[in-house]
Design a binder for this molecule. Structure first.
Ligand code: ZN
Length: 486
């Protein structure tokens, strides 16, 4: 089989991998949006280097925007075939893609207003896609993939395995041309809190593996939870609002789950909790619906009729008027709002209202890219610009670094070990992280290669020497993530 990566090669965003069999059959694995710098986002507008209508099928590993966000573009450019995924991935993809279309259109309108005032209206690019494009895409979803069950998809035989990253996430065993390939998708942290561990994969000839955190080991879950509890205690004592910026999928549900557990155990007082993210609220509904896929504690709670994602004081905020009204609420409260890196979304107006007050607490539970608003606050900025205003940072800042939805180095090595002695191809990582992972693979007798950007490779060919491909691009991303993922 041949692989051509059209995203997530030498970067962590825009996952899209074209597989070509010897008979010429083509299947696209994931079709994600590039997010981050302007330079990266410009790549969303580039044409696909193939005719979309020539694809036999598309398979999606999970519903994060950087794995599904270019699907509507593929459909707009002529793809009419099936898009295979697991049932929870289909449910979450609807939420993620509709939100993406809304952001595209809102962004376009905002750019247009600004450009009109400068007389440069003609320079504004149209939205990548709109809601009706998403509906045409959703109509092609085939939520037919089940973990452990083989399916014939175009020229491939595909058996999904549990990825343990977010609800519904899968890795794929792909058989064709007498070869066995594993595509890892995004793999979960085995101490993530809600997801069951990824299942160990079967032997394979080649493995294409994500490397987001291939150079580090996560802090243990109990240690991280203790830090979170400690931050909540200090925040409650400070007396003001407690702001928790969260990604809408996985992290928001996990924080709700932990808040409920801590309140039920009497560890945190039952102060109001506002979930101020319609996208997170919809995703939470899917976690509730597919709770059987999650850890036994969640499954058991659901079976006993309880909602483990609903602290007794939870208020789900829908409209932006309701969101504004939270600011008039006097007294301590916990506010969960997106987006996770504070680069947009409702968290911004909460920050503008509260970040300058010494009684406020900001609890950061996800990765912050250094260039994001969250990154600047973590770095100790005294003032920040929010919605056109300079705001003093007087709140207590608590950074909890240990929560992660991605596998760490130990997780990745255990995953690889289970596949025997495959040829290993690295994707979905920053170049320096992948470079640091290569010698670790060598120590275990594995041959690792960094997948080049756009350049087709024969997954079992020995013409590549170990290491980095010739002409490899230098650092291409800043790791800035989306509302939906990290
Ligand atoms: Zn992901």
């Amino acid at each position: 089989m041949h692989l051509q990566s059209l995203g997530a090669a030498l970067t962590v965003t825009g996952s899209a991998h074209l597989l070509r069999t010897r008979s010429g059959g083509m299947v696209l694995i994931d079709c994600g949006l590039f997010q981050g710098s302007d330079e990266l986002e410009a790549r969303n507008r580039e044409p696909f280097p193939f005719e979309p209508s020539d694809l036999a099928a598309v398979i999606v590993t999970h519903a994060h925007l950087d794995h599904v966000g270019r699907l509507p573009l593929l459909v707009n450019r002529g793809y009419r075939g099936p898009i295979f995924c697991t049932p929870p991935t289909a449910a979450l993809a609807e939420t993620v893609l509709l939100d993406s279309a809304r952001l595209q259109v809102e962004g376009f309108r905002q750019d247009l207003r600004r450009a009109r005032r400068q007389g440069r209206e003609s320079e504004v690019l149209p939205p990548l896609y709109e809601e009706e494009d998403v509906h045409r895409t959703l109509a092609l979803l085939r939520p037919a993939l089940e973990f452990g069950e083989a399916a014939n998809i175009g020229p491939l035989r595909v058996t999904p395995g549990r990825g343990g990253h977010i609800l519904g996430s899968a890795y794929l065993l792909i058989e064709a041309d007498g070869e066995r390939l594993i595509m890892s998708g995004d793999l979960g942290n085995r101490e993530s809190g809600l997801q069951l561990d990824f299942t160990l994969p079967p032997p394979a000839d080649a493995v294409v593996i994500e490397t987001t955190y291939a150079n580090r080991t996560h802090r243990s879950l109990p240690e991280t939870l203790a830090e979170f509890r400690d931050a909540l205690h200090k925040s409650v004592r400070a007396g003001g609002k407690i702001l928790i910026p969260t990604f809408a999928i996985e992290r928001a549900q996990f924080i709700l789950y932990e808040l409920k557990a801590l309140m039920d155990a009497g560890e945190v007082p039952r102060i109001p909790v506002f979930l101020d993210s319609p996208m997170a609220a919809r995703a939470t509904h899917e976690y509730f619906e597919y709770g059987d896929e999650l850890i036994p504690e969640v499954r058991d709670a659901l079976r006993s009729g309880e909602d483990p994602f609903r602290p007794s004081t939870l208020h789900t905020v829908v409209t932006s008027a309701e969101s504004q009204r939270i600011n008039r609420y006097d007294g301590p409260a916990i506010i969960l709002a997106g987006n996770g890196m504070m680069t947009g979304g409702r968290i911004q107006h909460h920050l503008r209202h509260h970040l300058w007050k010494p009684g406020t607490s900001l609890i950061i539970v996800s990765y912050q890219s250094p260039s994001s608003l969250g990154g600047r606050i973590v770095a100790g900025a005294q003032t920040v610009h929010i919605m056109g205003e300079e705001i003093a940072v007087k709140a207590q800042i608590h950074t909890i670094g240990g929560f992660s939805a991605h596998a760490d180095q130990d997780d990745l090595l255990d995953f690889l070990e289970s596949t025997g002695q495959p040829r290993v191809w690295l994707v979905h990582g920053e170049p320096d992280v992948m470079g640091a992972f290569l010698p670790v693979l060598s120590e275990r007798g594995l041959t690792g290669n960094i997948v080049p950007d756009h350049h087709e490779v024969d997954l079992l060919s020995t013409s590549f020497s170990e290491g980095r491909p010739p002409g490899m691009l230098e650092h291409t991303g800043d790791g800035k993530g989306s509302e939906g993922g990290e």
